[in-house]
Write a protein that binds this ligand. Structure first.
Ligand code: F6P
Length: 349
C-alpha cells in the first residue's frame, strides 16, 4: 500500500501557502505517496478531518492567496485530550508523516509533539512577520512588505498634496520586520518598532526637524507591537482588547497608529491622519519571490519526509534551502537586528 503523507496549514494565513501545498504534493505524488490535506490546522487533526490532494486538487494553486485547506489557531495542548486525539487520528488515517506549515505557534506544537511523542513531522516556516529563528526568511513576508510599500507610496502623494503627517500602522506582532523593510523601501521619515522603542517626543522632534528643512509632509511607519514610549520612561502596549488572548496566549494587537497620530497632532500641531493596513497585508497573490521560496520549501519538506528526517524544518540560509531542527526555529523570536534599524534611521527627519 502507498505511504500516506498529510499537509496542514496553521496560524494566520499568508500568501504562498498554496504554493507550498502544491510543491509538497507534486513531489510526493511523483514518488508514489498518497497525499491528504488536513482541514483547518491542528483543529483538523484533533477532529480527524482530511481531504485527498491529487493532481486535480493541486492544479492552479501557485498564484492563489490564502490556503485551500483552511487554517485555525487551535492548540491541541490547550484542549482536554487534544494531543491524544491528534495521535489517534494520525494512526487511524494510516499516515506516515505530517508536513506542518506554520509560524512559531503551529511549529511549536510540531516541535513538542516530535520531542515528547516521537511524532513524524517536518515543518515549513510561514509568516508575514518573518519572526522565526533558524531561517533567513519566511515565505509570505516579501508579499506583505510589497503590499505595505505600495501603500506607503500611495500615501506619499496624498500627504504631499495636503501637507499632512501620515501614520501607517503595519502588522508584525512583536517584531518590526515589516515596518523596517517597507519603511526603508517606501522612504519613511520615521519608523517605530518594538525592538527600538524611540520615544514619542523624539518621533515628534524628527518630524519638526524635517518640516524645518522645508518639507511640510511626513510619513511615519509604526509596527503594531511598538509600545508607546515616553521620555518619562512610561511604556504602553496598545491592543484591541488586552484581556482576550488566543489559545497561544497572544492578545490581538492594533490601534497604536491611532494613538500615535493623536499624540503627533497634539504635540506638533501638524494635521495628521492614520491608515491601518491590517489584513490587507496577508491577502492576495504571492510575489514571485514568495512563490519561488514557498516552492523550494515545499520540495525540501517532501524530501525531508522521504529521507525520514523528522523533527526538521526547511529553512533558507543564504541562497540554500536546508533542513534545520524544528526546535531551533521556535526557541526564540527573531527580532530586527540593530544594523537593519540603522539603515532606516539614516533617512529619519
Ligand atoms: O502573525 C501574523 C499576524 O498577521 C500578525 O502580524 C498579527 O498580529 C496577527 O497575525 C493577526 O491575527 P488575526 O488574523 O488573528 O487577527
Amino acid at each position: 500500500m502507498a505511504k500516506q503523507i498529510a499537509i496542514l496549514t496553521g496560524g494566520g494565513d499568508c500568501p504562498g501557502l498554496n504554493a507550498v501545498i502544491r510543491a509538497v504534493a507534486r513531489r510526493s505524488l511523483d514518488r508514489g505517496y498518497k497525499v491528504v490535506g488536513v482541514r483547518e490546522g491542528w483543529r483538523g487533526l484533533v477532529d480527524g478531518r482530511f481531504e485527498e490532494l491529487g493532481p486535480r486538487e493541486i492544479s492552479g494553486l501557485l498564484p492563489r492567496g490564502g490556503t485551500i485547506l483552511g487554517t485555525s489557531r487551535t492548540n491541541p495542548y490547550k484542549s482536554e485530550g487534544g494531543v491524544e486525539r491528534v495521535l489517534e487520528n494520525f494512526a487511524r488515517q494510516g499516515l506516515d508523516a505530517l508536513v506542518a506549515v506554520g509560524g512559531e505557534d503551529t511549529l511549536g506544537v510540531a516541535a513538542r509533539l516530535f520531542d515528547e511523542e516521537g511524532f513524524r513531522v517536518v515543518g515549513v516556516p510561514k509568516t508575514i512577520d518573518n519572526d522565526l529563528s533558524a531561517t533567513d526568511y519566511t515565505f509570505g513576508f516579501d508579499t506583505a512588505v510589497w503590499t505595505a510599500t505600495e501603500a506607503i507610496d500611495r500615501l506619499h502623494t496624498t500627504a504631499e498634496s495636503h501637507n499632512r503627517v501620515m501614520v501607517v500602522e503595519v502588522m508584525g506582532r512583536h517584531t518590526g520586520w515589516i515596518a523596517v523593510m517597507s519603511g526603508i523601501a517606501g522612504g519613511a521619515d520615521v519608523i517605530l518598532i518594538p525592538e527600538q522603542p524611540m520615544t514619542v517626543e523624539d518621533c515628534c522632534e524628527e518630524i519638526r526637524r524635517r518640516h524645518s528643512r522645508g518639507k511640510d509632509f511626513s510619513i511615519v511607519v509604526v509596527s503594531e507591537g511598538y509600545e508607546l514610549t515616553y521620555a518619562s520612561g512610561e511604556r504602553r502596549t496598545v491592543a484591541q482588547d488586552p484581556s482576550v488572548g488566543d489559545e497561544f496566549g497572544h492578545v490581538r494587537l492594533g490601534g497604536v497608529g491611532d494613538a500615535l497620530a493623536r499624540e503627533i497632532e497634539a504635540r506638533t500641531g501638524y494635521e495628521t491622519r492614520v491608515t491601518v493596513l491590517g489584513h490587507v497585508q496577508r491577502g492576495g497573490s504571492p510575489t514571485p519571490r514568495d512563490r519561488v521560496l514557498a516552492t523550494r520549501y515545499g520540495l525540501k519538506a517532501a524530501d525531508l519526509v522521504h529521507e525520514r528526517q523528522f523533527g526538521m524544518m526547511a529553512a533558507l540560509r543564504g541562497d540554500d534551502v536546508i533542513g534545520v531542527p524544528l526546535r531551533d526555529a521556535v526557541a526564540e523570536l527573531k527580532t530586527v537586528p540593530p544594523h537593519w534599524y540603522e539603515v532606516a534611521r539614516a533617512f529619519f527627519g
